[in-house]
Design a protein around this ligand. Structure first.
Ligand code: HXC
Length: 257
């Protein structure tokens, strides 16, 4: 498949998707969203791909939804076209996704990073939800995912003032998993993705589903959900292989079944 706004490659068992609209700091227009969702959806269902890294450029992961594409729209147009709903297709995918963030992750860019399962930030990263400066509010889940990630105090601060936080503050606040030197952010993300991709893919997908269930379920219900999923993995060859490899003191060789 040919893409205009993203670059797609696979390195071993890891898929790498690079946002590639440098003239607009990777602003996320509709076409970019559709291409990104199509590329990662294909990786999700490809048994040879075990994890995905989404990244941007050194200057910008993504500077937001495309303001120029939206500026002239009216309410009914936004509603009828259900603007931004397409991003839900990305959040429904089961393959683990890592965001490798350098530079600006603003508005929709911050929201895209938060749709991923792990955020690895370069020390030059800047996160923000500056929509308030445009007379609107976050529209791709920011008010919800940011609040769950960093709590009310920091989320209100960012969403109401529009101020950016740097990588260090983002890590301190629980928004990102790790901060690494900007020059190696993609390498570090690829390394983490390779580690994940070497696991049993069904187990990794179910681990992701179980952690995400913590955001949807109460504790008792979530713990039961986890236990059912845990039990179900005893139907896999990979469970037999993983536990046999441990007893035989050798590395496991997972087959994804
Ligand atoms: C469209 C954008 C863009 C965006 C940058 N560009 N961000 N185009 N949508 N979100 C374009 C600029 O217009 C410019 O194009 C080019 O990219 C380079 O940007 P500059 O502003 O010249 O770069 P710089 O001076 O380095 O400033 C970087 C920046 C600034 C601080 C990131 O670009 C910025 O504030 N961008 C907008 C950030 C933002 O508000 N994001 C939230 C969007 S709303 P030209 O052609 O002029 O050279 C959102 C949620 C949706 O994401 C909610 C509804 C709105």
């Amino acid at each position: 498949q040919q893409f205009e706004n993203i670059l797609v490659e696979t390195r071993g068992r890891v898929g790498l998707v690079t946002l590639n609209r440098p003239q607009a700091l990777n602003a996320l227009n509709k076409a970019t969203m559709e291409e990104l969702v199509a590329a990662v959806t294909a990786m999700d269902s490809d048994p040879e791909v075990g994890a995905v890294v989404i990244t941007g450029s050194e200057k910008a992961f993504a500077a937001g939804a495309d303001i120029k594409e939206m500026a002239a729209k009216g309410y009914l147009e936004m509603y009828a076209e259900d603007w931004f709903r397409g991003w839900e297709n990305l959040t429904r995918l089961r393959i683990p996704i890592i965001a490798a963030v350098s530079g600006f992750a603003l508005g929709g860019g911050c929201e895209l990073a938060m749709m991923c399962d792990i955020i690895i930030a370069g020390d030059n990263a800047k996160f923000g939800q500056p929509e308030i400066n445009l007379g609107v509010i976050p529209g791709m889940g920011g008010s919800q995912r940011l609040t769950r990630a960093v709590g009310k105090a920091k989320a209100m601060d960012m969403v109401l003032t529009g101020r950016f936080i740097d990588a260090e503050e983002a890590e301190r606040s629980g928004l990102v998993s790790r901060v690494v030197p900007a020059a190696v952010v993609i390498d570090e993300a690829l390394k983490a993705a390779e580690l994940i991709a070497a696991k049993s893919k069904p187990a990794a997908m179910l681990a992701k589903e179980a952690v995400n269930a913590a955001f949807e379920m109460g504790l008792a219900q979530g713990v039961v959900f986890e236990r059912r999923v845990f039990h179900s993995l005893f139907a896999s060859e990979d469970q037999k292989e993983g536990m046999a490899a441990f007893t035989e003191k050798r590395p496991p060789e997972f087959k994804g079944r």
